[in-house]
Write a protein that binds this ligand. Structure first.
Ligand code: F6P
Length: 337
């Protein structure tokens, strides 16, 4: 068999470990031929590919980013939608000209949606979920998330000492798109006093009450973790909006830090390397067994798979009954209400 691998959407730590897991299993265990498709789905359109062999797959396990390059898939999905309505299929044609038996699509929600569309026009597709946001439906965890939690937690740890020295409120904005997973996990691990998630909503009265209450109990500084997807008036940047509203409402000096792309750059954590390796290996196993149209996933802690059509277009969000939220509340951490 000849398989293609592509990475699409925002990069994250662990993509290269996945490419290695898929590729090495394919070459060494199943004797398949493997090509890398450049820059996401656009590489199929432009037929930009490279042969992947044992050599090119070596030394990339701990490497951040993606050796294949990536791109956002919106324009490709538009083209695909027109193909679905009967236009001549350039994508299918290129897939056949490249001699592919399957394409492994490593990506987030958008990618899994596109992967499902490709599967529905008759291509053999396997999806591998990746994102620091951990918001992909159908899998308990995505690689990239653990690394991002580590990075954000370390940043919050560092903000504690400067916040306490200056008796300030530090507002830290973490990524996560529409989901609050990163804010919840890094906030709890970093000992935040207030954690604001897009899923739960908040009032400034409740946030400021927590900060003033701490001040009255002899703790003149606070750490507030906010998710980037938090809704704010006039769509203001959450850290900027919340920071100003705290300073205005409490009179306590407040500073903001936006962690941004540092959260998805650099080397994957050991946990993410192993998760990516397991998911990659399972993707190849599915191909060998001709079980296409699926996304590999983690279910009940083990590697499994789920039909792409069940995943496409859905989001996995934090719910208020999450045990970390319940436990946080029992310890006096405010979730904004
Ligand atoms: O999906 C991962 C993510 O890093 C989100 O947390 C963030 O909102 C988004 O990507 C930013 O992506 P872009 O690369 O398009 O700026």
């Amino acid at each position: 068999m000849k398989i293609g691998i592509l990475s699409s959407g925002g990069d994250c730590p662990g993509i290269n470990a996945t490419i290695r897991g898929v590729g090495k299993t394919a070459i060494m265990h199943y004797g398949m031929e493997v090509i890398g498709i450049h820059n996401g789905f656009s590489g199929i359109l432009k037929k930009e590919t490279q042969q992947l062999d044992e050599r090119s797959l070596s030394g990339i396990l701990n490497l951040g980013g993606t050796i294949l390059g990536t791109s956002r898939e919106k324009s490709f999905r538009k083209l695909l939608a027109s193909e679905e309505s009967g236009q001549p299929s350039i994508i299918k044609q290129h897939y056949e000209e490249l001699g592919l038996d399957c394409v492994v699509c490593i990506g987030g929600n958008g990618t899994q949606k596109t992967a499902n569309m490709l599967s529905q026009i008759g291509l053999n597709i396997i999806g591998v979920p990746k994102t620091i946001d951990n918001d992909i439906w159908g899998t308990e965890i995505t690689f990239g998330f653990d690394t991002a939690v580590n990075i954000a937690t370390e940043a919050i740890d560092r903000l504690h000492s400067t916040a306490s020295s200056h008796r300030r409120v530090m507002v830290v904005e973490v990524m996560g798109h529409h989901a609050g997973w990163l804010a919840l996990y890094a906030g709890m691990a970093g000992g935040a006093d207030v954690i604001l998630l897009p899923e739960l909503g908040y009032t400034m009265e409740a946030v400021n009450h927590t900060i003033m209450d701490r001040a009255h109990r002899g703790k003149p500084y606070s750490i507030v973790v906010v998710a980037e997807g938090l809704s704010t008036p006039e769509k203001k940047r959450p850290a900027a909006y919340i920071g100003k509203a705290i300073e205005d409402g409490t009179g306590i000096e407040t500073r903001e830090t936006v962690l941004g792309y540092t959260q998805r750059g650099g080397n994957p954590s050991p946990y993410d390397r192993n998760l990516a390796t397991r998911l990659g290996g399972h993707a190849t196993e599915l191909i060998a067994n001709k079980q296409f149209g699926k996304m590999v996933c983690i279910k009940d802690g083990t590697v499994d798979s789920i039909p792409l059509e069940e995943v496409a277009g859905k989001l996995k969000l934090v719910t208020s009954d999450h045990d970390l939220i319940k436990q946080g509340k029992r310890m006096g951490i405010s979730f904004g209400k």
